[in-house]
Design a protein around this ligand. Structure first.
Ligand code: NAD
Ligand code: MG
Length: 391
């Protein structure tokens, strides 16, 4: 039987890796979305004979519609078009929009028996409890695409849930792992997007450089696997071969390893509960030679602290953290904020949000997006205090 797949964020790094696996055969594409690149999206929709293609940016809709005229693909546009694409019936919804913008379409895609292959970690940052609860209510199964969480998902299968002592997520340490504080103050956006092991979109690459990505992933793991903060740890591992470790009460530690290539966790989600047969890059440990591990340095990478504090504060603190971080990254990319300014601004927004009583439980997606909106305004207001010319 052919499995049908829809991809939110089809033109991005995860979307491209997913479509590379789809080309290997065994899948049919139902829906594809992008933000504004109508040309690339139309070309993909034609290649995969998609039923519907949507651009979130209203301004790109006319171009998409004209490029798809005469094909069987329906063109859609704006937030409602993206939601229509997410809701179109298919076996798997691959959620790979970047940022909080992925939340509403992903939730709209929940349906009985549907697999939600979740790459967009910001869904869990913005509305973690609500997201998991709604998925369960709808009868959808959330499968983690993020490599560390995919590793945890696989390792957890080796024991009972109440036998889990702790879970460790590994971090490559990013491109600046060995830089001094003084040098960190001078890094440019171009240097920050160059990840040593993974090829990824710009936002997550910068998150990997600040280590905020690992902080976001602690929170992601908390919601995905219902683990408490003290059961979750991080470990720097520059080779990115061991993706996560699950320690059980009997002292056994189960780790998942793979060559660092996102097609491996994506393929796992596409085939689950089976295993995909494809020409996967093989892990050659003799070639890797040695594996190195070290504790993360919180002094040079304070983003990890902030994320831990947001996890412990609970409520909408992770939402505020995520929103402030997105604003800070945009400012860094626009050279309005230095690299250390990213955690500095994010920390200031968290402090202010807590004082203003913004840390509360949310009960709807709109509620969560409301908090996201307020946190972004706070970040924009505080930004000038942190603004500095990055070199
Ligand atoms: P990317 O920037 O390469 O692609 C993002 C995709 O989302 C594109 O298709 C873009 O058109 C679309 N998009 C961007 N803004 C949008 C908006 N406002 N509305 C609708 N669509 C929008 O990003 P990526 O690296 O593929 O990452 C996607 C998600 O997966 C992120 O949440 C990231 O944290 C997560 N993730 C990525 C990787 C990786 O290796 N790239 C690994 C783990 C998790
Ligand atoms: Mg990851």
């Amino acid at each position: 039987m052919v499995t049908s797949v829809s991809i939110l964020g089809a033109t991005g790094s995860i979307g491209t890796s997913t479509l590379a696996l789809v080309r290997e055969g065994g899948f049919r594409v139902v829906a594809l979305t992008a933000n504004s690149d109508a040309k690339k999206l139309a070309a993909l929709a034609k290649e995969f004979d998609a039923e519907i293609a949507a651009v979130s940016d209203e301004g790109a809709y006319a171009e998409l519609k004209s490029l798809l005229s005469g094909t069987r693909t329906k063109a859609a546009g704006g937030a409602s078009g993206t939601i229509e694409a997410a809701s179109a019936r298919s076996d798997i919804l691959l959620s790979a929009i970047v940022g909080a913008a992925g939340l509403a379409p992903t939730v709209a895609g929940f349906a009985p028996g549907r697999k939600i292959a979740l790459a967009n970690k910001e869904c869990l940052l913005t509305a973690g409890s609500l997201f998991m609860r709604e998925a369960q209510k709808a009868g959808a199964t959330v499968l983690p695409v993020d490599s560390e969480h995919n590793a945890v998902f696989q390792a957890l299968a080796c024991g009972k849930r109440d036998a889990v002592k702790r879970v460790t997520l590994t971090a490559s340490g990013g491109p600046f792992r060995t830089l001094s504080r003084e040098r960190l103050a001078l890094v440019t956006p171009e240097e920050a997007v160059r990840h040593p092991n993974w090829s990824m979109g710009a936002k997550i690459s910068i998150d990997s450089a600040t280590l905020m990505n690992k902080g976001l992933e602690l929170i992601e793991a908390h919601y995905l696997f219902d683990l408490s903060s003290d059961q979750l740890e991080t470990l720097v591992h520059p080779q990115s071969v061991v993706h996560a470790l699950v320690e059980f009460h009997d002292g056994s530690v189960v780790a998942q390893m793979a060559h660092p290539d996102m097609r491996i966790p994506i393929g796992f989600c596409l085939a689950w509960p089976e295993r995909l047969e494809w020409q996967a890059p093989r892990l050659d440990l003799a070639k890797v030679g040695s594996l190195h591990f070290e504790a993360p340095d919180h002094e040079r990478f304070p983003a990890l602290f902030l994320a831990r504090a947001a996890l412990d504060a609970g409520g909408s603190a992770p939402n505020v953290l995520n929103a402030a971080n997105e604003v800070a990254i945009d400012a860094f990319r626009a050279r309005r904020l230095s690299f250390p300014g990213i955690p500095a601004l994010t920390g200031a927004v968290l402090e202010k949000a807590e004082k203003e009583g913004l840390y509360r439980e949310v009960s709807t997606v709109n509620d969560a997006l409301g908090v996201d909106h307020v946190a972004r305004s706070l970040a924009a207001t505080l930004l000038p205090q942190f603004a500095a010319k990055a070199s």
